[in-house]
Design a protein around this ligand. Structure first.
Ligand SMILES: C[S@@+](CC[C@H](N)C(=O)[O-])C[C@H]1O[C@@H](n2cnc3c(N)ncnc32)[C@H](O)[C@@H]1O
Ligand code: SF4
Ligand code: SF4
Length: 365
């Protein structure tokens, strides 16, 4: 099949599913398939970040690459040529990860990977040019080495910059992004960091992630967590103004990947994380299919009711089960003050924008 035909097939499939998803929202009944499939491929990570404690986790009963390949085949058969978002832990630390990426490419799954850059050596970047991912998001919290490396607890800045430089210079159509956590250490320089990433590093997209309770801890159980978290921004007025400048940057056409409504919600969130207004009802129960390193499936990483397990069940069986519907009914009306980017649905216009960016680079084959 030609690349153009494959692009059309991909776009038609996702357009149709988007319409079905809107109907699911309106009728509060599952009529669609998931549109955001996310995978934490490993818990393991060798960084020492101060706002995330996943590096303290041990490898625990994770699926092997052979098991993942079978899951990928099942997902591909069910969903068609979909887009898989991969995170962790540090994905490039998973044994056999390049084999996993190669399999995705072979069977027509588009991949986005978030990475701390630690393992992006020249050799690894050469493999990336061969097998993907199609979208690589590198975590860089600040445009200075000193601040970034202090946040990450180990020196990662130079490795990230060198990897982006190499990949951009050997353009095989990989979409490159920089992801920045908004926290006390970074919040006065959001525009400066984004502008540096776009203009000096030359990445395609920048994404901002509001500080959340420290990952891999039970900090989120404490409603007043932010009062005790040392990274919580202390001057909400200054942060409000900085996010306003980010909004202006986006309006001026710079590729800030957060939807504008998400940036506005963050302005409220950083004033009062417990009561920021949600612009719409959360609909993750009808669009997300989140998979953890053990193959457990959840609609939401926070409300972590397991809908099923991919070692034992086909993904479709999990999505359509009565148990999944019970979880959806329970999640309805969740008022958690959650603002993680991955939880927010994208409009069809934004999805088309991403399709077009990929199509212009390398198609959807
Ligand atoms: C958990 S990491 C996993 C991928 C990879 N290890 C990395 O750091 O890019 C996924 C993203 O979450 C961000 N992150 C980590 N701790 C966070 C927190 N407490 N609040 C918001 N985002 C956070 C990271 O910067 C990264 O961009
Ligand atoms: S943010 Fe990423 S790099 Fe840092 S500890 Fe967590 S998983 Fe590891
Ligand atoms: S925690 Fe967030 S993503 Fe999960 S159901 Fe509640 S609002 Fe939605």
């Amino acid at each position: 099949m030609t690349t153009l035909l494959k692009d059309i097939q991909f776009a038609v499939y996702h357009g149709t599913n988007h319409v079905a998803q809107q109907a699911s929202y309106a009728l509060d009944r599952r009529l669609n398939k998931p549109s955001q499939v996310s995978l934490l491929i490993t818990d393991v990570c060798a960084a020492r970040c101060t706002m995330c404690e996943m590096w303290k986790l041990q490898e625990n009963d994770e699926l092997s690459i052979d098991e993942w390949k079978r899951v990928l085949d099942d997902l591909r058969g069910w969903l068609g040529p979909f887009f898989l978002v991969i995170s962790g832990g540090e994905p490039f630390q998973k044994r056999g990860f390049f084999e996993f990426l190669a399999h995705c490419r072979q069977i027509g799954i588009k991949t986005k990977v978030s990475s701390n850059g630690m393992f992006l050596t020249r050799k690894a970047c050469e493999r990336i040019l061969e097998v993907g991912p199609d979208f690589l998001s590198v975590s860089l919290d600040h445009h200075t080495r000193e601040v970034h490396d202090r946040i990450r607890g180990v020196p990662l800045f130079d490795r990230c910059v060198e990897a982006i430089d190499f990949l951009r210079g050997n353009d095989r159509g990989i979409v490159l992004g920089v992801a920045t956590v908004i926290m006390e250490e970074t919040c006065h320089d959001l525009v400066a960091t984004g502008t540096w990433a776009l203009d000096t590093l030359g990445v395609d997209r920048v994404l901002y992630q509001p500080l959340y309770p420290t990952f891999a801890t039970d900090e989120s159980m404490d409603p007043q967590w932010f009062e005790r978290n040392p990274h919580w921004p202390r001057d909400p007025d200054a942060l409000h103004a900085e996010i306003e400048r980010l909004r202006a940057m986006k309006r001026a056409g710079r590729p800030v990947w957060n939807p504008d409504e998400h940036l506005v919600a963050m302005q409220h969130y950083f004033r009062d994380p417990a009561s920021h207004p949600r612009p719409d009802e959360c609909m993750v129960r009808y669009n997300a299919f989140n998979i953890d390193p053990r193959g457990d499936v959840m609609f939401c990483w926070t409300v972590d009711d397991r809908a099923g397990n991919l070692r034992r069940q086909h993904p479709r069986e999990i999505w359509e089960s009565a148990h999944a519907q019970q979880i959806r009914d329970k999640m309805k009306g969740c008022k958690a003050p959650c603002l993680l980017n991955c939880y927010r649905g994208r409009s069809l216009v934004e999805q088309v924008g991403l399709f077009r960016l990929f199509a212009s680079r390398q198609g959807f084959g």
